[in-house]
Write a protein that binds this ligand. Structure first.
Ligand code: ADP
Ligand code: ZN
Length: 212
């Protein structure tokens, strides 16, 4: 199974990918996570990507496409779920080329739909465990102890780009550069729309009804 997740920041792509992964043997590939690991490790890619990420801009297509070419080559036969890629039409075209080279194809592009104001509310309050990746929310899902992960006791922090002005910038980049993918995948008949405004458990059941 080869799936693409599309949606604005804060749509719940990471959360839903983790849930689908429990039901299907797919590789969850998050470009944001790979980039943040590179930033943390201080790799050449991380050094180049950091300033784009901190300002809420997209990392240049050429860097992302090269990174994904390498990552997809390591993907097991069970398939993948792409979270955060493609994010521009140029990336979608590059992915189509890569799929052709690998003699495989995409099964579906899932669009998680949420209004902008919900995104701002979710992301301003989002906190993430930097050890295990568990996601919390200051009001929706607070940690039991302040700043400590309920799951692994690791440090729970706010992402550098989860500040309101950066969130608004990420949203405008989404509408300008990523939303055109909706038409792109509609044309190829792969698009499936999922209402992602409800609680994660509800969205998960919509995905299950869609066969995921
Ligand atoms: P979100 O979807 O919540 O904005 P991600 O963790 O997916 O967050 O991405 C964080 C940042 O990483 C983005 O704002 C962008 O700078 C960069 N990034 C991630 N994926 C891509 C991509 N496919 N193309 C360009 N930049 C990307
Ligand atoms: Zn943790």
């Amino acid at each position: 199974m080869r799936i693409i997740l599309i949606g604005p920041p804060g749509a719940g792509k990471g959360t839903q990918a983790a849930a689908v992964k429990l039901r299907f043997p797919v590789d969850h590939i998050s470009t944001g996570d790979i980039l943040r690991e590179n930033v943390r490790a201080g790799s050449p890619l991380g050094l180049k990507a950091k300033e784009f990420m901190d300002s809420g801009s997209l990392v240049p297509d050429s860097l992302i496409i090269e990174m994904m070419r390498e990552r997809l080559a390591k993907c097991p036969a069970g398939g993948f779920m792409l979270d955060g890629f493609p994010r521009t039409v140029a990336q979608a075209e590059a992915l189509d080329e890569l799929m052709k080279e690998m003699s495989v194809s995409i099964d579906a592009a899932i669009l998680l739909e949420v209004p902008d104001e919900t995104v701002v509310e979710r992301l301003c309050g989002r906190r993430v465990c930097s050890s295990c990746g568990e996601i919390f929310h200051v009001t929706g899902k607070p940690t039991e102890a302040d700043g400590v992960c309920d799951v692994c006791r690791g440090p729970v922090e706010q992402r550098d780009d989860d500040r309101e002005e950066v969130i608004r910038r990420r949203l405008s980049v989404y509408h300008k550069d990523t939303a055109p993918l909706i038409e792109y995948y509609e044309k190829s008949g792969l698009l499936r729309r999922i209402d992602a405004i409800d609680k994660p458990g509800a969205v998960k059941s919509y995905l299950e009804s869609a066969g995921l």
